[in-house]
Design a protein around this ligand. Structure first.
Ligand SMILES: C[S@@+](CC[C@H](N)C(=O)[O-])C[C@H]1O[C@@H](n2cnc3c(N)ncnc32)[C@H](O)[C@@H]1O
Ligand code: SF4
Length: 412
């Protein structure tokens, strides 16, 4: 990426450009703007998990500053409107942190405020992330009434021992009760599960997956536990399963989900027909998204450039800045040379790959920009293609990093 303005670290350096700045001439030619999604970050959790490097903050004894944060989000949206003028929103994702800590009344207020300011697609998917605590579960139906159409439940495991290892505040019984409640309140819902947990055996995972699938979720997101820098686990690393075991676990997950009618449509995402996540698909298809809230990321296209923005990360600073009308901490243009890799990094995660036409539409570049790398990927047996589409081969999916690396920009 080419920083066109240095990253701001101090509030008074916060960035604000008027729309002319984004619309000025440039070397890219985007013939159409991609679908637009909205991401909203609610950054608080009851307790910080030892593996988590997301922008999530323990509530401690303090009350949630719910209304002040909502006011900040609305001010953030108002200030961002000129950048997305006239565009329709295809999906909304309220993520965290633990968004289910916010009351249904707050979520209703938030969604009403968004509807009053933006045009939503008639069947706009609206996802909310929820944790399986007891009081959160009792709110699920009210979230549905507030307009949420899809619930994503952060189960992680149904095994009490592993939930404890992961530092989660819920137990197996609460996880089961939460998923049953989600199934009653929502036609479409997701379970977040993690595997390759410290001490986990194949048999343990098999049991976890069997429990998850018996609850008939329409979608499951399954992530291998990774040790992220600056987390408690990075400082005090637990003993993790061997790589070979982790591969076997992934095979087990893929077989069990397929047998239950869930198709692996993305590296970590499995869905029944008609239940793929519209919001995440838009990320993987290099669509646009406006991210509101502390530390939220945005990707926005204009006729001659693709921009990325990041909001202030620390919730209190974010609220202060958003209410003062400038909460964008970083604002940079994606360099022309970086666009092919950024597009491919996302699109190759999809089992069905991408349409060649979409590459041109989303990057503003001619297909010749990736022709050489595509030829090499094909020679190595990492992709399959016809005149209109490219998709990773089975081998390409197994060696996805190697495949994606073929599209890295040349060294200067
Ligand atoms: C950041 S959380 C937000 C939702 C909710 N707070 C929760 O914990 O379920 C989103 C998901 O990311 C996954 N995740 C977070 N940290 C991870 C890690 N270090 N390795 C693998 N998956 C991780 C978990 O599955 C989690 O459900
Ligand atoms: S509950 Fe979710 S967002 Fe919060 S610390 Fe744990 S993994 Fe991170």
């Amino acid at each position: 990426m080419i920083p066109i303005t240095p990253a701001a670290t101090e509030p008074d350096q916060a960035m604000q450009h008027d729309i002319q700045h984004y619309m000025r001439p440039g070397t890219l030619q985007l013939t159409a703007l991609p679908p637009l999604s909205l991401y909203i970050h609610l950054p608080w959790c009851l307790k910080k998990c030892p593996y988590c490097d997301f922008n999530s903050h323990e509530m401690r004894a303090a009350e949630l500053p719910e209304q002040r944060y909502l006011d900040a989000l609305m001010a953030d949206l108002e200030a961002s409107l000129p950048l997305i003028w006239g565009r329709t929103v295809h999906s909304i994702f309220i993520g965290g942190g633990t968004p289910s800590l916010f009351s249904p009344e707050s979520i209703d207020w938030l969604l009403s405020g968004i509807r009053a300011r933006l045009k939503l697609e008639p069947n706009c998917e609206i996802t909310l992330e929820a944790n399986p605590g007891t009081f959160e579960k009792d709110r699920f139906k009210a979230f549905r009434s507030a307009g949420v159409t899809r619930l994503s439940v952060g189960v992680q495991s149904f095994n009490d021992d592993y939930l404890k290892t992961l530092g989660r505040v819920h137990d197996r019984a609460q996880a089961l009760a939460a998923v049953q409640e989600a199934a009653q309140a929502f036609d479409t819902f997701n379970l977040d599960i993690m595997y390759a947990l410290p001490g986990q055996t194949l048999a343990d995972l098999k049991q976890d997956m069997a429990t998850a699938l018996a609850l008939a979720p329409t979608h499951i997101s399954i992530y291998q536990l990774t040790i992220e820098p600056n987390t408690y686990f990075a400082k005090f690393p637990p003993v993790m399963p061997e790589d070979d075991t982790a591969y076997e676990m992934l095979d087990l997950v893929t077989d069990m989900t397929a047998a239950a009618g869930l198709y692996r449509y993305e590296v970590s995402a499995y869905a029944r027909d008609g239940h793929r996540c519209v919001h995440n698909l838009n990320y993987w298809q290099f669509g646009d998204y406006l991210g509101l809230g502390a530390g939220a990321h945005s990707k926005l296209s204009f006729a001659h450039r693709v921009m990325r923005q990041v909001r202030f990360r620390e919730p209190r600073l974010y609220m202060e800045q958003a209410l003062a009308g400038h909460c964008v901490a970083q604002d940079e243009e994606v360099g022309r040379a970086d666009l092919p890799f950024e597009f491919m990094l996302n699109a190759l995660r999809l089992k069905d790959g991408f349409a060649l036409k979409q590459f041109g539409e989303r990057t503003g570049l001619p297909i010749t920009a990736i022709q050489k790398a595509l030829d090499e990927a094909e020679r190595k047996g990492l992709i399959e293609r016809d005149f209109s589409r490219v998709k990773p081969s089975v081998r390409g999916y197994d060696f996805l990093n190697d495949l994606q690396a073929l599209f890295l920009p040349p060294h200067p």
